[in-house]
Design a protein. Structure first.
Length: 234
């Protein structure tokens, strides 16, 4: 029971926090649940795609650093963020509830943490030191997936309401989660002390960047009474 709570708790806390940060117009719970379920359902195709990519790339045949690099970026980050991107896009891009920029962050985080929840359960219950793994992931991996979702949702939100810059933001909605996910995994997989020293600064910067992105879109909300420019460009 304690392992199950440890699996769910960090995901639930972050979801409630992001839901709270969406303070001007809440999203319908039914659509948020769909986003969470979509994130959970993509676990299977992601696992299958990663198996195929591993066979193609064969990272074990490379040197340690090369193996870590290709596994981090082109097996984990590319495939996981690619499926998350597809799930978020199909869920909300043409949905009438996607009526302000911050909504992109909310839905992308729900999809991302749906995936993180299943991943969390798998890691915690398959490890004999499940409690230690759960606590570590609660402070690192789960927030990291939320951050990847925030970065994705930030650019999707901009793309939805910025016609001139739409292509750029749609590309960035995938590129930045892919980049930071790849860097995050590469640092941990490298096994080199010098590179591992970068982990805390990297995580700290990711926290900072995500919080800044949330504040930016919250301040820009058309439902924010303090926003004097609360109209979207045509």
């Amino acid at each position: 029971m304690s392992l199950l709570i440890l699996s769910f708790a960090p995901v639930l806390i972050i979801l409630l926090y992001v839901y709270y940060r969406d303070k001007y117009e809440k999203e319908p719970l039914s659509l948020l649940i769909k986003g969470l379920l979509a994130g959970m359902l993509i676990v299977l195709p992601i696992a299958s795609a990663e198996e195929v990519a591993t066979l193609i790339i064969n990272p074990e045949g490379l040197g340690n650093i090369s193996s870590a690099f290709f596994t981090a970026f082109f097996i984990a980050a590319l495939i996981e963020e690619g499926f998350k991107y597809l799930a978020v896009y199909l869920l909300i891009w043409k949905n009438k509830e996607f009526n302000e920029r911050f909504d992109g962050i909310v839905y992308a985080v729900f999809v991302s943490l749906g995936f993180a929840l299943i991943e969390n359960i798998m890691y915690i219950f398959s490890n004999e030191n499940g409690v230690a793994v759960g606590v570590t992931r609660a402070l690192t991996a789960v927030p990291a997936h939320a951050i990847f979702g925030i970065l994705m949702g930030y650019h999707l939100g901009l793309a939805r309401f910025d016609i001139k810059g739409r292509t750029k933001h749609l590309i960035n909605a995938f590129f930045y989660p892919f980049l930071f996910h790849g860097l995050y995994d590469f640092v941990l997989m490298s096994g080199l002390q010098l590179i591992l020293l970068m982990f805390i600064p990297l995580l700290g910067y990711m926290y900072y960047r995500a919080n800044k992105r949330m504040k930016t879109l919250s301040d820009m909300s058309v439902f924010n009474p303090d926003n004097q420019n609360n109209v979207y460009p045509s």
